[in-house]
Design a protein around this ligand. Sequence first.
Ligand SMILES: Nc1ncnc2c1ncn2[C@@H]1O[C@H](COP(=O)(O)OP(=O)(O)O)[C@@H](O)[C@H]1O
Ligand SMILES: [Mg+2]
Length: 585
Amino acid sequence: MKLYKLLFNYINEKRTLVFLFFIVTILDSILALLTVLALAPVVEFMTSDIISMQTGSLKYYFDFIGYIGIEYSLISSLLIFLGITILSSISNIGLFFISRINAYSITYQLTSWAIYQFYSQGLSYVNSQSFGVLQNTFSKEITKVTDAIFSVLQLLSVLIFSLSMLSFSMTLSLRMSLIIIGSFFIISFLISILGKKISYLSSLTLNSSNILSEKLYMPLINAKNILAFGRTKWASRVYEKAFNTHFIDALKSQSLAFFVPELFKTLSVLTAVMALFYSLSEGESITLLIVTLAVFIRLLPKIANITEAYSMIKDAAPSIIQYSRLFPQDVSKTITKKRKIDGFSTSLSLKNVSFSFDTRKGVIKNLNIEINKNSFVSFVGSSGSGKTTCADLLMGLYSPSNGAVMIDGFPLNEIDLDSYLDRVGYVQQDSILLDASIRDNLLWSNPLATENDMWEALKLVSIDSFVKSLPNQLDNLVGDRGVSISGGQKQRVALALALIRNPDILILDEATSSLDYESEKIIRKSLESLSHKLTIISVTHRPSMAEHSDMIYVFDKGSIVEFGTYKELMKNNSTFFNKMGGDSK
Ligand SMILES: Nc1ncnc2c1ncn2[C@@H]1O[C@H](COP(=O)(O)OP(=O)(O)O)[C@@H](O)[C@H]1O
Ligand SMILES: [Mg+2]
C-alpha cells in the first residue's frame, strides 16, 4: 500500500472537505499578503521613505487605497493594518478548524475501512494475528498514517501560500528574496538527509511499541490467571521492561523529528538577518526591506511546517506497512455479487471435504456428511479429532482445501455468506457475552427482537425465572466478559442469543462441556424440545449428549470412523463410540 493511494482514496471520498480546505488556504494566503502590504504605509510614515510607493505591487496597493478614497494618514494606515491582521487571524483559525476536520475524517476513514477489511479476511487470518499488535495498529499506527496523509495536503497548502508570498516579495527586493530563497533550498536539502535517520528510528519505535502493547494487553485478557497464579508483580515487571526499550527508541526518534524543524527555523532567521544587512549595505529602501522581512517572518512557520510534514511522511513509512498488514487482500475487489439465501429446504452437506491449516496439514480428510433439514446430528470424537474445524467449515468460516460444503446442492462459496449466517445460531464452549445488559446482548444477536421474543427465547433455555429475579430484569448487566453470572447461566443466555435469531440451523460446539451436570441437563432438555423444529448440529466429546440425535458421526484424526444412531453404535462393544462412552461415564 502506498501513501498516495491512501490519499487519493480519501480525496475521492471527501471531495467537499478537501475542496474547502484549499479554498480556506487560498483565502488565508490572500489575507497574509494584505497584512504585509498594509504594513508598508505604516513603516513609510515612520521612516519618511517615499521610494516604496512607486515599487512593484505596493504601487497598486497605494493606488487602490487612493481610489476607494481613504485618507492617507498614519492613523488610517494603522487602522487598516489592524483590521486586516484581525481578518487574517480569523482565517487562520478557520484553516485550523477545517484542517482538524480533515485529519479526523482521515482517521475515521482509515479505521472503518480497516475494520471492515480485517474481518473480511476470514477466520484463519483473524486468528493468526496478535492482539497486542492489532491494538497498537488501531490505536497508534493509524494516527501516524493519518498524519502522513494530512501532511501531503498540508504541503500542497503551504506551497500555494509560499508561492504567492514569494512572488510578492520578489517585486519588493529581488536581491534579498533570492538570497533567502536560495538558502532555504540549501537548508532543506541538508535537512532531508536527516529524513533517512528519522525513518529508521521510527521503525524501531514501531516495533517496540507493538511489543509494549502485547505485554500490556495479553495479561489483561487473561487477568484471572494472573491473579490465580499470583503473578501480579510479574505482569508489571514485564511491562516495565518493554516500556524501557520503547521509551528509549521513542525518545530518539521524536527528538530528532522535533529537532529538524527547529534547526530549520534557526538557520532561516540567521540567513534572513544576513540578507537584510547585505541589502541595506547595497543601499536598498528600508521600507521595502522591512516589508520583505515581514514576508519571510510570515513564511517561516509555514516553511517549518514543510520540514515537519516531511518528517511525518518519512516517519509513517513503517506504520503504513503495518496498516496494510491488517488486510493482505483487498476484499472490495474480490466481492462479486453472490446469491442471497433465506434458509434452506432439503439438506446441508459436505462433499469430499479436506482441509489444512497453514501450520497444520490434514486436519480434515475427505469428509462426506449429509444433514437433512430439521434433523438432529451430533459430531462426537476425542479432543483434536477435527469436530470444531468441521463445524467452522459448515459455517463458511474456512473454505475447504478440497471438495465443497453444499446447501440444497449449491456450493457455499457461491452463496452470500452473511445471508446464510443470518439463518444460523451458534454457541461455543465458553461464550463471551457483551459487557452490556441482557437486553442489549439479545438485540445484538437479533436487532429486530421484541420484548416478547426475548422472554420466549429465555424461556426456551429455562433462564426466564432467573432473569425475572434480577433487580433490573432484562436491563441487568451481565458484567464484563460475562463474569457476574455463573458459567451455566451464561451458556444458557448464549443459547438464548442463538435462538432469538429464529435460526434454521443451530450449531453447538461443546456448548455444555464446561457445565455441571444440572446445567447440562437443562440445556439438553431445551434441545430435545427444539428437536425437529430446526436443524441441530451438536459437537461434543461426551457420547451421552448425543443420545437423542438422529445421526451420530464419530470423528477420529480428521476422518469419520463410524456413523449411526446412538442405539446402533452402542450395540457393538467394539465401536469407538462405545469405548468413549465407557470412558467418560
Ligand atoms: N487455527 C489453527 N491453526 C492450526 N491448527 C489448528 C487450528 N485450529 C485447530 N488446529 C488443529 O486442528 C486439529 C483439529 O482441531 P479441532 O477441530 O479444534 O478439534 P476438536 O474440535 O475435535 O477438538 C487439532 O490438531 C488442532 O491442533
Ligand atoms: Mg473443539
